[in-house]
Design a protein around this ligand. Sequence first.
Ligand SMILES: *[C@@H]1O[C@H](CO)[C@@H](O)[C@H](O)[C@H]1NC(C)=O
Ligand SMILES: *[C@@H]1O[C@H](CO)[C@@H](O)[C@H](O)[C@H]1NC(C)=O
Ligand SMILES: *[C@@H]1O[C@H](CO)[C@@H](O)[C@H](O)[C@H]1NC(C)=O
Ligand SMILES: *[C@@H]1O[C@H](CO)[C@@H](O)[C@H](O)[C@H]1NC(C)=O
Ligand SMILES: *[C@@H]1O[C@H](CO)[C@@H](O)[C@H](O)[C@H]1NC(C)=O
Ligand SMILES: *[C@@H]1O[C@H](CO)[C@@H](O)[C@H](O)[C@H]1NC(C)=O
Ligand SMILES: *[C@@H]1O[C@H](CO)[C@@H](O)[C@H](O)[C@H]1NC(C)=O
Ligand SMILES: *[C@@H]1O[C@H](CO)[C@@H](O)[C@H](O)[C@H]1NC(C)=O
Ligand SMILES: *[C@@H]1O[C@H](CO)[C@@H](O)[C@H](O)[C@H]1NC(C)=O
Length: 601
Amino acid sequence: MLPQLLISCSSSMLRSTNLLFTLVVISIAPFSQLVHALAPQPQHDHGSGCIPAERAALLSFHKGITRDNADILASWHGQDCCRWSGVRCSNQTGHVIKLHLRNTSPDLDPYDVCDDANSLVGEISPSLISLKHLEHLDLSMNCLGPNSAIPQFLGSMENLRYLNLSGMPFTGRVPCQLGNLSSLQYLDLGMSYYYRTYSTDITWLTKLPLMQYLSMTGINLSRIADWPRTLNMIPSLRVINLVECALDTASQSLPVLNLTKLEKLDLSGNNLGHSVASSWFWNLTSLKYLGLGGTRLFGKFPDALGNMTALKVLDLSENTLDETGNLKSLLKNLCCLEILDLSGNFMIGDIGVLMKGLPQCTWEILMELHFHGNRFIGTLPNFIGEFSSLSVLDLSNNKLTGSIPPEVMNSTCLTFLDLSSNHFNGSVPTELGSLKNLVDLDLSKNNLNGVITEEHFANLQCLKTIDLSSNNLKIVVDSNWRSPFRLQSAVFSSCQMGPLFPTWLQQLREIDSLDISSTALEDKFPNWFWYTFSQSTYLNISNNQISGSLPAHMEGMALEELYLSSNRLTGSIPSLLTNITMLDISNNNFSGGIPSNFEAS
Ligand SMILES: *[C@@H]1O[C@H](CO)[C@@H](O)[C@H](O)[C@H]1NC(C)=O
Ligand SMILES: *[C@@H]1O[C@H](CO)[C@@H](O)[C@H](O)[C@H]1NC(C)=O
Ligand SMILES: *[C@@H]1O[C@H](CO)[C@@H](O)[C@H](O)[C@H]1NC(C)=O
Ligand SMILES: *[C@@H]1O[C@H](CO)[C@@H](O)[C@H](O)[C@H]1NC(C)=O
Ligand SMILES: *[C@@H]1O[C@H](CO)[C@@H](O)[C@H](O)[C@H]1NC(C)=O
Ligand SMILES: *[C@@H]1O[C@H](CO)[C@@H](O)[C@H](O)[C@H]1NC(C)=O
Ligand SMILES: *[C@@H]1O[C@H](CO)[C@@H](O)[C@H](O)[C@H]1NC(C)=O
Ligand SMILES: *[C@@H]1O[C@H](CO)[C@@H](O)[C@H](O)[C@H]1NC(C)=O
Ligand SMILES: *[C@@H]1O[C@H](CO)[C@@H](O)[C@H](O)[C@H]1NC(C)=O
């Protein structure tokens, strides 16, 4: 299918109407390199290769694969199947014990594996049953068995200890036959195609007494009200992932809690909607990870939280929680806490008081504070500099005031700093330049003023994205400045940069996306400009006073979106911006026609 592309464009010829044109672009996505990571294939001591019946079973499995663009199975020929990629045999018995065909393609969209060029595509042959000694089966992130149910026959592979079907495109009921896999320790059925598979009865799980890891993410379990009682009968569990399972309650009371080894419980994305205190899991003092993001829980936290002293990660994001006072006193003994996510709630209160309330024993180990999207007020305290391991600080979308204390920059582990959409004022401390691990910086939508100079960028050698837009900042960088970073994206919109195009922009040569709209430029495009950004895909230069014309030839440019509106550009519109999907040249003084590759829609 061809993409529909809209171009708003008004030249002097066409000024009276705002015409829409469609540009038809045929893009051919390149097939990426062979990227599956495969398990090592040690040789076993049986000189003669693998067992013939098992080799035949693997060949039948191979026959079921209709597409293998990445040549994962290219080595699947010859006698010794133990040398085939992804296959491992026991070095004692010669039997195939491991089949590991996980798709680890780096550009894989985990929510649509069938769209991935490197996925194996096809059916899962029942011949696998002949691999009677198989202990480890990992087919995750491949497009196998699309639109069919998880195969029942997997339930006969009774030596399996590890079964990973995550991300696969199954539908229908989860087979209770999996309850026959009595040696199973790891069961990962995490479906990225949410709610296409379901289960109405999970009591078969209680027949898996060795199970340590259970993920049923994305499987519709809405009809299983007593799921906590069932899971409580599997005391070996260490990990329970029930993210997006359409569970509608966790408000149960269990007389005895069996799950004394449980380290991770993730219930994010279920519509629980009851008071947080009535949940069954609060006495699980072994928990290190508690995920309750997007569960619509509300109310006061129970005192039992104060005893969960092993907690490292507490995710309470995207709920309707508003009780910071109570939370603070309960966190007092949680000395292992590394990640606290309170974002997207209705929390109010002073940010300094909240931070002071974080237990002192965690100040040097806390790695991530996600507080965005609440109603916190007050100023950022100086002692934030004592949070010496902090890597992520996200305070965006609150009502914070005052200036940014230079001490923030003492947390040299920071990789992500987002203070956007607050009311911070004053200047940006030059100490910013010492954040040598910073990757993402967003200070946009505040009342910051003053000048940003090369000093602010001094040691930001890891920086990939920066957004300083919508403040009252002026950027003055020396023309001899050498960039320590290779930015992917920069937004300087509404910062004052003009009137002349600053030559330091040439240092951003490899940038993918640049927004210098509304930056008071009154210049012509300098000779270096289009050359410097020839590999960028997004440029926004609108709302300036730029005059002169565009280059006659722009064929070689990578641009997909180009915004030039509201300038004083003249001349004709160059032909053939090969990859363009959006071109806004409105409010200029262009003359001549629309190039031939723009078709009116
Ligand atoms: C056989 O495999 C086991 C574990 O897989 C390993 O520890 C052992 O060293 C191997 N023995 C030989 C002879 O390779
Ligand atoms: C299963 O595979 C997925 C992706 O391939 C991986 O992220 C997950 O950790 C695996 N599960 C287990 C239990 O190893
Ligand atoms: C597997 O489990 C199902 C249902 O739980 C049962 O009916 C079947 O007999 C079992 N099969 C084997 C081979 O044990
Ligand atoms: C889950 O299944 C129930 C019962 O079949 C259905 O009513 C509900 O819409 C499903 N939930 C989702 C999120 O698909
Ligand atoms: C605790 O686990 C054991 C072993 O699975 C089980 O027999 C017992 O019924 C469980 N207790 C509760 C309260 O579920
Ligand atoms: C947690 O334990 C306390 C006492 O240790 C008990 O009073 C309370 O009922 C338990 N809560 C739950 C939800 O099991
Ligand atoms: C916390 O743990 C202590 C000691 O184990 C216990 O006495 C107390 O009841 C627990 N508090 C809650 C609220 O569960
Ligand atoms: C924190 O930063 C300030 C100013 O940048 C500096 O004077 C101070 O010594 C630093 N404190 C610590 C504990 O590193
Ligand atoms: C910042 O705003 C506060 C009021 O929130 C004001 O008292 C202070 O003077 C302002 N500081 C600067 C440097 O503008």
